[in-house]
Design a binder for this molecule. Structure first.
Ligand code: ADP
Ligand code: ZN
Ligand code: ZN
Length: 756
């Protein structure tokens, strides 16, 4: 008998390890099985079998798989291939990816195996309710219900709720999980006692199926033609980009494609940016797909996510799952289509902790390697995706008309410097915007004011006209350094004294803080005392309840003016909004980041799209101290193509993505001196190994957080170089570095395709 070995992925930042499989276990172990393996002196770790083979590993101490805890595969062949690719591409380990995919299975345990497997690999159970046999006829059921009516109204209501969930025609065979009912526990207990319901336990399911009501819409001619082109494109290209302006009805098209895919018995994964803000979208999808819709997000408990994971891994297809980025790691069998809605959104990229992956890019890889199809959709695609479509690598479908009577809003660019000089600027609002707000309020319409959070780095801004300091060489925002009152460029090192007065309007005294949303809320209320003003920013969103209330009250027209940060750009569909104001577009442009212009364009166009969604009265006003800036002009015209071609030209000239790939290496340590020396040493070694493309070690814009000092090195991989080879060299340098006693305490992280 040949000896059998299993390479096991462990939930750690290490490569898979090999264990021997005892003969008694060999019939029950398959690729993807969940196993328990010994590690260290008395630790037992859960892991997943990556490969089975007969090659004796060269270990000094070969250990044996302790137990098979789940024979049924926890990861399919496709998933294991995906993890392997992700680990390679994102320079992390398969274990880190497994940990992101299966959060609660993976806690190490020193307990004995039995307990371990029960605790860790069993699904929760839940109470199910159904009618007892005796009531499964019309007459008996009616009689029972009538007996409740006179005095036991609460029980009657609970029974009606139960029957409602069973759905018409399924009263006698319907089964409903206890948690689906709103009725209280004592009421249910009484129904069980009284023999009106009976209960049993079963393994908990992540979602509950019931007969759904379908919400029917008819596509416009333009939409119908776009749908035809999409279907055609999806059959010819692995990845397709749907570029449709805001309000064009992209969601309606997604719904049609999902229906078609489900009807073939295939599953669909529908990725969305952030869940808290997509209640409206979920409601629309629920209306279309009923309770069969599975919603998966990182706010779920680890246990609920794991349950859903296991349930989905058993399904053979026909699932529709909506989720945020980590849903890309779900085990969906027979996956026919992945939709990435608002594909430009940066929340698809996980920046911390590892795996630092982009769910959008993983979706594209899956389309090219695992046989699914991927549809990217946006009104303002990322330049990477647009470039891929432009060069024919992706299919491309354009939807250039708003649905129904909604026209794109009129856009006005309002000059903050001129306004300040004329004395027309009050409370950060120019006369043009004030007049538009007055008109909207008089017509009982609503207003959204956008004020983004300040960039991470402090920079100076004129309080009276909004002008801010930029590098004369690079055009990016200068960072303010309190020490010496200097302004410095993080890209080229240019530095200058902070001017005492604003050079643009000659009035304002430059201050290192801008104005935040709270300040704006206050001054807006003063300017429009009769208006009901609310704020929606990170502080409000920190409470799900406050967030929901703020959105609902605006939706119902109980608020007139909503002031918000980037949060309000995302996919909201409010009918009453006629005016959108962008208080200071300069803030968007002034970031020390090569994506600043692309992002500014996306934000302005997305927020502009919130106005006049149902009629032709929308008006957007962009306040800026640089009305002649080309990105502002392109955004005001909504001219995506002009922006994209202009930015792509710059990216090519300066060697930025999509023409190169970036790898950011970050070093952290409590000693500024230590991290500085370590980073210089590592940068020098990388330069030796890789040559061109390695930046000097430098402090990032935020270089000191809570007693930790940070240094960064950027490696730029050019088109004619092999990313895999360069990454191999980076790995080699990092391995040496971690072994170097001088630098052992420095924490190093690697971020491939960083977004920030
Ligand atoms: P997008 O996602 O492209 O911004 P949406 O799908 O949100 O656009 O559509 C904008 C609005 O138009 C929504 O309120 C949507 O319900 C409505 N709409 C779009 N297409 C249709 C249609 N064919 N029938 C009815 N309403 C539609
Ligand atoms: Zn510069
Ligand atoms: Zn000024």
């Amino acid at each position: 008998m040949e000896r059998l070995f299993a390479d096991v992925i462990l939930p750690l930042a290490i490569a898979p390890l090999t264990f021997e499989v005892e003969e008694s276990m060999s019939d029950n172990i398959v690729v993807g099985s969940g196993v328990a393996v010994p590690l260290g002196e008395n630790k037992i770790y859960p892991g997943i079998v990556k490969r089975l083979h007969h090659n004796t590993p060269p270990y000094k101490r070969l250990r044996t798989v302790a137990a098979i805890v789940r024979t049924e595969p926890l990861a399919g062949i496709g998933q294991i291939a995906l993890w392997e690719w992700m680990a390679e591409y994102y320079m992390c380990t398969e274990g880190e990816i497994m940990r992101a995919a299966l959060p609660s299975l993976l806690k190490p345990s020193a307990e004995n195996d039995d307990l371990f497997s029960k605790l860790v690999f069993s699904l929760g159970r839940e109470q199910m309710l159904r009618l007892p046999k005796g009531l499964r006829s019309e007459a008996a059921l009616n009689e029972a219900l009538e007996s409740l009516l006179p005095r036991r109204k609460a029980q009657y209501k609970a029974m009606m709720e139960f029957l409602g969930l069973c759905g018409e025609g399924h009263y006698f065979d319907g089964e409903v999980p206890r948690r689906a009912l709103e009725a209280s526990t004592p009421i249910i207990a009484k129904l069980l006692e009284g023999g009106l319901l009976e209960s049993y336990d079963r393994e908990r399911t992540p979602h509950y199926e019931s007969t759904s009501f379908r919400h029917q819409t008819t596509l416009s001619e333009v939409q119908a033609s776009a749908l035809g082109k999409l279907q055609e494109s999806l059959s010819r290209h692995r990845t397709t980009l749907l570029h449709g302006i805001t309000g064009s009805g992209k969601t309606e098209l997604y719904i049609r494609l999902v229906e078609a895919t489900l009807s073939r018995g295939e599953s669909v994964l529908y990725l969305i940016p952030e869940l808290a803000l997509t209640e409206q979208l979920i409601l629309r999808l629920r209306a279309a797909f009923g309770d069969g819709l599975v919603v998966y997000h990182s706010g779920m408990t680890a246990r609920a996510r794991t349950e859903m994971y296991i349930k989905l891994s058993r399904s053979e297809g026909g699932e529709i799952v909506v989720g945020t980025r980590s849903a890309i790691l779900l085990p969906l069998n027979n996956l026919g289509l992945i939709i990435v809605d608002e594909e430009h959104d940066r929340s698809f990229k996980q920046e911390d902790p590892a795996p630092r992956f982009s769910a959008r890019d993983v979706a594209v890889w899956m389309a090219h390697n695992l046989g699914t199809r991927t549809l990217l959709g946006s009104a303002t695609p990322s330049l990477e995706s647009f470039y891929n479509a432009y060069t024919g690598r992706y299919g491309y479908v354009w939807l250039g008309e708003r649905f129904g009577s909604g026209a794109l809003p009129t856009v006005t660019v309002s000059n903050t410097i001129k306004s300040a000089q004329r004395g027309e600027r009050k409370g950060h609002i120019n006369k043009e915007l004030r007049d538009a707000i007055d008109t909207a309020l008089a017509e009982h319409r609503q207003v959204m004011l956008f004020q983004n959070r300040r960039g991470f780095a402090p920079y100076v801004e004129c309080p009276s006209c909004g002008w801010s300091a930029r590098c004369p060489h690079c055009g990016v925002a200068l960072t303010y350094y309190k020490k010496g009152n200097r302004l410095r460029c993080n890209l080229c090192g240019h530095s200058e004294d902070t001017p005492p007065r604003c050079p643009a309007c000659q009035q304002g005294v430059l201050e290192p803080q801008g104005f935040g949303t709270e300040k704006i809320e206050e001054s807006t209320q003063e300017l429009f005392p009769q208006a009901r003003v609310a704020r929606l920013d990170g502080d409000v969103a920190a409470s799900a309840q406050r967030l929901r209330n703020t959105i609902r009250s605006f939706e119902r027209g109980e608020t007139d003016i909503l002031i918000g940060t980037g949060l309000i750009t995302k996919g909201f569909d409010f009918e009453g909004v006629s005016v959108v104001g962008i208080l200071n577009a300069d803030n968007l442009l002034c970031r020390p980041d090569f994506r600043a212009e692309e992002r500014a364009f996306q934000t302005i166009v997305q927020i502009t799209g919130r106005a006049g969604r149902t009629d032709d009265k929308g008006h957007t006003i962009i306040q800026t101290s640089q009305p002649e800036n080309h990105t502002i002009i392109q955004a005001a015209k909504g001219d995506y193509r002009a922006m994209a071609l202009c930015q792509l030209r710059d990216r090519e000239a300066f060697g930025y993505p999509p023409f190169t790939r970036l790898v950011a290496i970050t070093l952290k340590h409590t000693s500024a001196e230590g991290v500085y020396r370590g980073a210089r040493h590592l940068a020098a070694r990388l330069k030796e190994l890789i040559g061109r493309g390695v930046s000097d070690a430098h402090a990032p814009a935020v270089s000191h957080i809570a007693d930790t000092y940070i240094m960064e090195i950027i490696v730029r991989i050019h088109r004619n170089e092999s990313p895999a080879d360069t990454k191999g060299l980076i790995r080699e340098a990092l391995r040496e570095f971690s072994r170097n006693k001088l630098y052992g305490r420095i924490a190093v992280t690697v971020n491939v395709d960083p977004q920030g």
